[in-house]
Ligand binder design. Structure first.
Ligand code: G3H
Length: 192
Protein backbone atom coordinates (compact mmCIF):
# COMPACT_ATOMS: atom_id res chain seq x y z
CA UNK A 1 0.00 0.00 0.00
CA UNK A 2 0.93 3.65 -0.54
CA UNK A 3 1.73 5.71 2.56
CA UNK A 4 1.83 9.50 2.87
CA UNK A 5 2.55 11.56 5.97
CA UNK A 6 1.32 15.06 6.75
CA UNK A 7 2.14 17.37 9.62
CA UNK A 8 1.74 21.02 10.45
CA UNK A 9 4.92 22.90 11.36
CA UNK A 10 5.68 23.00 15.08
CA UNK A 11 4.11 25.82 17.08
CA UNK A 12 5.48 29.16 15.82
CA UNK A 13 5.99 32.44 17.65
CA UNK A 14 2.92 33.74 15.75
CA UNK A 15 0.80 30.75 16.88
CA UNK A 16 1.66 31.65 20.47
CA UNK A 17 0.23 35.18 20.14
CA UNK A 18 -2.57 34.27 17.71
CA UNK A 19 -1.29 36.20 14.69
CA UNK A 20 -2.24 35.22 11.14
CA UNK A 21 0.25 34.41 8.40
CA UNK A 22 3.74 35.91 8.43
CA UNK A 23 7.05 34.07 8.42
CA UNK A 24 7.73 33.52 12.12
CA UNK A 25 10.21 31.02 13.53
CA UNK A 26 9.29 28.18 15.88
CA UNK A 27 8.55 28.67 19.58
CA UNK A 28 10.47 26.50 22.08
CA UNK A 29 7.53 24.05 22.06
CA UNK A 30 7.63 24.02 18.27
CA UNK A 31 11.35 23.23 18.35
CA UNK A 32 10.68 20.40 20.72
CA UNK A 33 8.11 18.99 18.25
CA UNK A 34 10.65 19.31 15.41
CA UNK A 35 13.03 17.21 17.46
CA UNK A 36 10.43 14.54 18.32
CA UNK A 37 9.27 14.42 14.70
CA UNK A 38 12.83 13.83 13.50
CA UNK A 39 13.37 11.03 16.03
CA UNK A 40 10.12 9.37 14.90
CA UNK A 41 10.74 9.77 11.16
CA UNK A 42 14.45 8.96 11.23
CA UNK A 43 13.48 5.61 12.67
CA UNK A 44 11.28 5.04 9.59
CA UNK A 45 13.91 6.47 7.23
CA UNK A 46 16.38 3.86 8.49
CA UNK A 47 14.19 1.15 6.93
CA UNK A 48 12.83 2.74 3.75
CA UNK A 49 13.57 5.96 1.87
CA UNK A 50 11.52 9.01 2.82
CA UNK A 51 11.27 12.35 1.05
CA UNK A 52 10.23 15.56 2.79
CA UNK A 53 8.24 18.34 1.13
CA UNK A 54 8.05 21.66 2.96
CA UNK A 55 6.71 25.10 2.07
CA UNK A 56 9.09 27.98 1.46
CA UNK A 57 8.39 29.43 4.90
CA UNK A 58 10.82 29.26 7.80
CA UNK A 59 8.52 27.43 10.20
CA UNK A 60 8.12 24.35 7.97
CA UNK A 61 11.82 24.22 7.03
CA UNK A 62 12.78 24.49 10.69
CA UNK A 63 10.33 21.72 11.59
CA UNK A 64 11.90 19.43 8.99
CA UNK A 65 15.51 20.43 9.68
CA UNK A 66 16.61 17.32 11.60
CA UNK A 67 14.85 14.75 9.42
CA UNK A 68 17.53 12.80 7.57
CA UNK A 69 15.94 12.63 4.13
CA UNK A 70 16.03 14.62 0.89
CA UNK A 71 13.91 17.79 1.07
CA UNK A 72 12.07 19.99 -1.41
CA UNK A 73 10.68 23.43 -0.60
CA UNK A 74 7.52 23.98 -2.67
CA UNK A 75 5.96 27.38 -3.08
CA UNK A 76 2.47 25.96 -3.71
CA UNK A 77 2.58 24.59 -0.13
CA UNK A 78 2.88 28.07 1.41
CA UNK A 79 0.13 29.05 3.87
CA UNK A 80 -3.04 30.87 2.78
CA UNK A 81 -2.09 34.46 1.98
CA UNK A 82 -4.15 36.67 4.29
CA UNK A 83 -3.38 39.80 2.23
CA UNK A 84 -4.09 42.98 4.21
CA UNK A 85 -4.68 40.89 7.35
CA UNK A 86 -1.24 39.26 7.43
CA UNK A 87 0.26 39.70 10.89
CA UNK A 88 -3.00 40.68 12.61
CA UNK A 89 -4.81 38.74 15.32
CA UNK A 90 -8.44 37.82 14.55
CA UNK A 91 -9.47 40.42 17.16
CA UNK A 92 -7.52 43.14 15.35
CA UNK A 93 -9.03 42.04 12.05
CA UNK A 94 -12.52 42.36 13.53
CA UNK A 95 -11.74 45.88 14.85
CA UNK A 96 -10.01 47.21 11.73
CA UNK A 97 -11.95 45.40 9.02
CA UNK A 98 -15.35 44.46 10.53
CA UNK A 99 -17.00 44.01 7.12
CA UNK A 100 -14.22 41.68 5.94
CA UNK A 101 -14.46 39.73 9.19
CA UNK A 102 -18.21 39.28 8.76
CA UNK A 103 -17.88 38.24 5.12
CA UNK A 104 -15.29 35.63 6.02
CA UNK A 105 -17.54 34.30 8.76
CA UNK A 106 -20.41 33.97 6.28
CA UNK A 107 -18.46 32.09 3.61
CA UNK A 108 -15.07 30.97 4.84
CA UNK A 109 -14.55 28.69 1.82
CA UNK A 110 -14.95 31.37 -0.84
CA UNK A 111 -13.88 34.46 1.13
CA UNK A 112 -10.75 35.99 -0.41
CA UNK A 113 -8.69 38.36 1.74
CA UNK A 114 -8.03 41.65 -0.10
CA UNK A 115 -4.65 41.16 -1.87
CA UNK A 116 -4.70 37.61 -0.58
CA UNK A 117 -6.35 34.23 -1.09
CA UNK A 118 -9.39 32.06 -0.34
CA UNK A 119 -9.55 28.34 0.41
CA UNK A 120 -10.76 27.87 -3.17
CA UNK A 121 -7.63 29.67 -4.40
CA UNK A 122 -5.53 27.25 -2.36
CA UNK A 123 -7.29 24.27 -3.90
CA UNK A 124 -6.48 25.69 -7.34
CA UNK A 125 -2.78 26.18 -6.66
CA UNK A 126 -2.54 22.77 -4.98
CA UNK A 127 -3.85 20.83 -8.00
CA UNK A 128 -0.41 19.95 -9.47
CA UNK A 129 1.00 19.07 -6.04
CA UNK A 130 -1.98 16.81 -5.28
CA UNK A 131 -1.66 15.01 -8.63
CA UNK A 132 2.06 14.50 -8.02
CA UNK A 133 1.44 13.22 -4.49
CA UNK A 134 -1.00 10.59 -5.73
CA UNK A 135 1.94 8.88 -7.45
CA UNK A 136 4.30 9.17 -4.49
CA UNK A 137 5.08 6.84 -1.60
CA UNK A 138 6.65 7.72 1.75
CA UNK A 139 6.48 11.48 1.24
CA UNK A 140 6.26 13.60 4.39
CA UNK A 141 4.49 16.93 3.82
CA UNK A 142 5.40 19.52 6.45
CA UNK A 143 2.80 22.20 5.89
CA UNK A 144 0.33 24.71 7.26
CA UNK A 145 -3.17 24.50 8.69
CA UNK A 146 -5.24 25.87 5.80
CA UNK A 147 -3.19 24.08 3.12
CA UNK A 148 -3.28 20.75 4.99
CA UNK A 149 -7.05 21.07 5.46
CA UNK A 150 -7.32 21.23 1.66
CA UNK A 151 -4.88 18.37 1.08
CA UNK A 152 -6.44 16.01 3.61
CA UNK A 153 -9.92 17.00 2.47
CA UNK A 154 -8.91 16.03 -1.05
CA UNK A 155 -7.57 12.60 -0.09
CA UNK A 156 -10.46 11.88 2.27
CA UNK A 157 -13.11 13.02 -0.25
CA UNK A 158 -14.45 15.78 2.00
CA UNK A 159 -17.08 18.21 0.72
CA UNK A 160 -15.65 21.59 -0.31
CA UNK A 161 -17.68 23.35 2.38
CA UNK A 162 -16.09 21.21 5.08
CA UNK A 163 -12.52 22.14 4.14
CA UNK A 164 -12.14 25.37 6.17
CA UNK A 165 -13.29 23.58 9.33
CA UNK A 166 -11.28 20.34 9.15
CA UNK A 167 -9.44 19.49 12.33
CA UNK A 168 -5.68 19.35 11.76
CA UNK A 169 -4.10 19.64 15.20
CA UNK A 170 -0.59 20.85 15.93
CA UNK A 171 2.11 18.39 16.94
CA UNK A 172 0.43 15.42 15.27
CA UNK A 173 1.46 13.26 12.32
CA UNK A 174 -1.40 12.37 10.01
CA UNK A 175 -0.65 9.09 8.26
CA UNK A 176 -2.66 8.17 5.16
CA UNK A 177 -2.45 4.65 3.80
CA UNK A 178 -4.24 3.79 0.59
CA UNK A 179 -5.83 0.48 -0.16
CA UNK A 180 -7.08 0.84 -3.70
CA UNK A 181 -9.25 3.93 -3.81
CA UNK A 182 -9.81 4.62 -0.13
CA UNK A 183 -7.33 6.21 2.24
CA UNK A 184 -7.15 5.11 5.85
CA UNK A 185 -6.30 7.87 8.33
CA UNK A 186 -4.22 7.52 11.44
CA UNK A 187 -3.35 10.38 13.82
CA UNK A 188 -0.06 10.03 15.67
CA UNK A 189 0.16 12.57 18.48
CA UNK A 190 3.80 13.06 19.48
CA UNK A 191 4.69 13.99 23.05
CA UNK A 192 6.53 17.33 23.19
O1 G3H B 1 -4.07 31.82 8.14
C1 G3H B 1 -3.99 30.60 8.15
C2 G3H B 1 -4.61 29.73 9.18
O2 G3H B 1 -3.85 28.59 9.41
C3 G3H B 1 -5.95 29.33 8.70
O3 G3H B 1 -6.83 29.45 9.75
O4 G3H B 1 -8.57 29.65 7.97
O5 G3H B 1 -9.16 28.91 10.31
O6 G3H B 1 -8.51 31.29 9.83
P1 G3H B 1 -8.35 29.85 9.45
Amino acid sequence: PQTLYFTRHGESEYNVVGRIGGDAVLSPRGESYAHGLAVHLNELAAHEPLTVWTSELRRTKQTAADIMAPKRAIRALNELDAGICEGLTYEEMQERFPQEFAWRDQDKLRYRYPWGESYIDIMTRLRPVLSALEDEHNVVVVGHQAVLRCMLGYFLDAQLDELPYMNVPLHTIVKLTSYGYKYKLEMIKLPI
